[in-house]
Ligand binder design. Structure first.
Ligand code: HEC
Length: 211
């Protein structure tokens, strides 16, 4: 019995923390990081909104991120799906739910945003396409879009491309699932409640048996 308990004590944390997630909210109890989401939103506005819409994100939801009503209005005014005729009519789709439809969506967006490379000399590129090692087939009709210097951090420095890629990926995880935090908090409360109930039940039984 003791050996089993010991094995569980070692294995459970190992399973929980295996492959340390790139994003806090992908872990069991981790939630969204508001500061990251705000940088992600700024990144989206500066670098993605002119081609990709976020039609399913409501103004009220955006205000919970700490955005002013004016910022929200500015966001919603932008963003219409763009097509690229030179790239066979490729469409820049709405990104609201993009990550909901993809396993490890946030990691996939991060990889895509940081996956651009210079095409090798022996490659035949389709017109209007760019070499990206994270995209199936390696050729995507979206130009590298994270512009260095387009987003400023609180300390007055410009956000680097990997930081923008990370935080815009986190932001799109939030747009795809804005109630994740609430659900995890409810789950945690339920677990704590059951634990307390278990302890009380055990104590009641124990006191009855010693009588
Ligand atoms: C100049 C217009 C333009 C900008 C700016 C732009 N995109 Fe795109 N994006 C596209 C187009 C066009 C496609 C479709 C590509 C294709 O089908 O090959 C696309 C596709 C995508 C996809 C889907 C890839 C897939 O799996 O099919 C994602 C995710 C994406 N963009 C995210 C972003 C993010 C995040 C930003 C901002 C950092 C951004 N895009 C900025 C035009 C743009």
């Amino acid at each position: 019995m003791r050996a089993i308990l010991l094995a569980l004590a070692v294995l459970l944390p190992a399973v929980a923390f295996a492959g340390a997630p790139q994003f806090g909210f992908q872990s069991w109890f981790g939630g969204f990081d508001k500061a990251e989401l705000q940088i992600g939103f700024a990144t989206y506005q500066a670098n993605c909104a002119r081609c990709h819409s976020l039609n399913l994100v409501s103004p009220n939801e955006l205000q919970t991120l700490g955005l002013t009503p004016a910022q929200v209005t500015a966001l919603l005014a932008k963003g219409k799906p763009v097509t690229k005729p030179e790239a066979g009519g490729a469409v820049a789709g709405d990104l609201s739910l993009y990550e909901a439809g993809h396993r490890h969506g946030a990691s996939a967006v991060f990889d895509l945003m940081t996956g651009y490379r210079t095409a090798l000399p022996n490659m035949t590129m389709l017109p209007g396409h760019y070499y990206n090692i994270a995209y199936p087939g390696g050729q995507i009709a979206m130009a590298p879009s994270l512009k260095p210097g387009s987003v400023m951090l609180a300390d007055g420095k410009a956000a680097s491309v990997p930081v923008m890629a990370h935080d815009v990926a986190a932001f799109l995880a939030w747009t795809a699932d804005p109630t994740l935090d609430e659900r995890k908090a409810t789950g945690l409360r339920a677990i704590l409640f059951l634990l307390v109930l278990g302890v009380v039940g055990f104590l009641v039984m124990a006191t009855r048996m010693t009588r």
